[in-house]
Design a protein around this ligand. Structure first.
Ligand SMILES: Cc1cc2nc3c(=O)[nH]c(=O)nc-3n(C[C@H](O)[C@H](O)[C@H](O)COP(=O)(O)OP(=O)(O)OC[C@H]3O[C@@H](n4cnc5c(N)ncnc54)[C@H](O)[C@@H]3O)c2cc1C
Length: 428
């Protein structure tokens, strides 16, 4: 190859978004290869909505990667990444189409690590027998069947998160004046909030109860603390007036059993259904690398470059700076990576490229019954925005965003964010 070669590890939100942005800003100055073990993008944020609507997410939430990438002249290798050799600038992978394939190596000039995180259900004692979740097609469909085939009888439900082990990789970064990347005790608490609200509506609609069936738990002092104290205060007030139970400071989940759940702080709750979110942990092949922190998350500055290896970027859930683990933050980061590589190619000036990450939590959740919630906040990082809106427009926005994403093959126009902000914040 004569052009610099960008290898992107992972092809879901952060990987696809980065590859597309690099092509957009750097043009044909680089060759781009994406490696992912699967050949489709899974639109994770809408799995809960599909489950509660009784639809199979397999049919509605997968986007074909080979054709999507080919339209931007980006190669896809369907393979399992095994190792990164930082000195030799190579990646070892095993093609994942059929078992038994040989290990191969690919060289890079730039490496974008976007492999997400392992959702460690295997570390939740008792989860395999008695737990449920909605973070992928398999688990979403298990829960959907329990709800729709009559297995669930209307008993108590716990929705909560395990303790997150964040790592030290983002310490010292200042995304806003006087701000920081905070320490989170749960990796991503938008999903438990969304699941609780939508499930309560589902229970009411199916004559099986309502908010009173559900207790929401958090390992932290305050659930969804990334949304900001004002927003969470409003959410909790609304939830308690509806009748939800709420238990904070649980620390970790110790055991999931047939009739309940036990927490590290000694509390236990009775539950027929346990809908849980585990620790988000780094992939084994990242742990111990000199570019990784003590938990295996990749260290970057706010331009998403590793400080020691400037040719290595990390984006999305695998980056230490991504707190909480939110797709919308990965989206902001992929824009930065595209501009940085274009800068190196002489396609953009420093002024155009060097805009550091100023994370904004943007979360649009389904509440069932055609309603949703919209949160836009940066207060956790030192900013001054805290917006919460509920009603029909946020729900329409959530569904519209998915349609737009699929129709444009992942390229959501920048004006879309402004329109969404206007609709949610001024009209709902
Ligand atoms: C139920 C739920 C709801 C959510 N709702 C929202 C929401 O409303 N808004 C929001 O912003 N975020 C939401 N999130 C979080 C969001 O889904 C994640 O932040 C986002 O998916 C992260 O994107 P990513 O590309 O970094 O990682 P992932 O989406 O995890 O993708 C990683 C990719 O890397 C590939 N990969 C991993 N390891 C290897 C390997 N060794 N070899 C080859 N390929 C590999 C995987 O196959 C995958 O395609 C939600 C999460 C959950 C679980």
């Amino acid at each position: 190859m004569t052009k610099p070669h960008v290898v992107v590890l992972g092809g879901n939100f952060a990987g696809l978004g980065s590859a597309q942005k690099i092509r957009e800003y750097a043009g044909d100055a680089v060759d781009i290869t994406v490696i992912d073990r699967k050949n489709y993008l899974l639109f994770v944020p809408n799995i809960p909505a599909e489950v509660f609507e009784g639809r199979d997410p397999q049919e509605s939430l997968r986007m074909d990667l080979p054709s999507t990438l080919a339209s931007d002249r980006i190669d896809l290798i369907q393979a399992d990444v095994q190792a990164i050799d930082i000195e030799r600038k190579t990646v070892a992978y095993v093609p994942s189409e059929r078992p038994g394939a040989e290990t191969r190596h690919i060289s890079y000039d730039y490496l974008v690590i976007a492999v997400g995180a392992r959702l460690a259900y295997d570390r939740l004692n008792g989860f395999a027998e008695f737990g449920d979740t909605v973070s992928d097609i398999f688990h979403g469909n298990q829960l959907r069947r329990k709800l729709y085939d009559g297995s669930y009888k209307g008993g108590p439900i716990v929705v909560g998160s395990a303790l997150f082990h964040q790592g030290s990789g983002a310490q010292g970064l200042k995304p806003y004046p006087e701000g920081s990347i905070p320490s989170a005790m749960a990796a991503c608490e938008g999903p438990p909030v969304e699941v609780s609200l939508a499930l309560a509506t589902w229970l009411s609609e199916h004559g099986l109860g309502g908010p009173k069936n559900i207790t929401i738990t958090t390992p932290a002092n305050m659930i969804a603390e990334d949304a900001g104290e004002k927003v969470v205060g409003q959410l909790l007030a609304a939830a308690s007036s509806m009748g939800f139970g709420y238990v904070n400071n649980t620390r970790d989940i110790v055991r999931v059993a047939k009739d309940g759940i036990e927490f590290e702080n000694g509390a236990s709750l009775e539950a027929e259904l346990k809908i849980l979110f585990p620790d988000w942990v780094a992939h084994d092949f990242l742990r111990g690398l000199p570019i990784a922190d003590d938990q295996g998350f990749i260290i970057t500055d706010l331009l998403m470059r590793n400080p020691q290896h400037r040719e290595i970027f990390a984006v999305g859930d695998c980056a230490a700076v991504t707190v909480p683990k939110l797709g919308s933050i990965g989206h902001q980061q992929s824009e930065i990576v595209g501009r940085q590589i274009a800068l190196d190619m002489g396609k953009l000036s420093k002024d155009q490229a060097d805009e550091p990450l100023a994370p904004v939590v943007l979360c649009i959740g389904d509440m069932g019954g055609g309603k949703g919630f919209y949160i836009r906040s940066n207060s956790w990082y030192g900013g001054d925005v805290q917006e919460l809106h509920m009603g029909r427009i946020p729900f329409q926005l959530k569904m519209f965003y998915k349609r737009l994403f699929f129709a444009n093959r992942g390229k959501v126009p920048l004006w879309g964010n402004d329109v969404a902000q206007f609709l949610a914040e001024k009209l709902s």
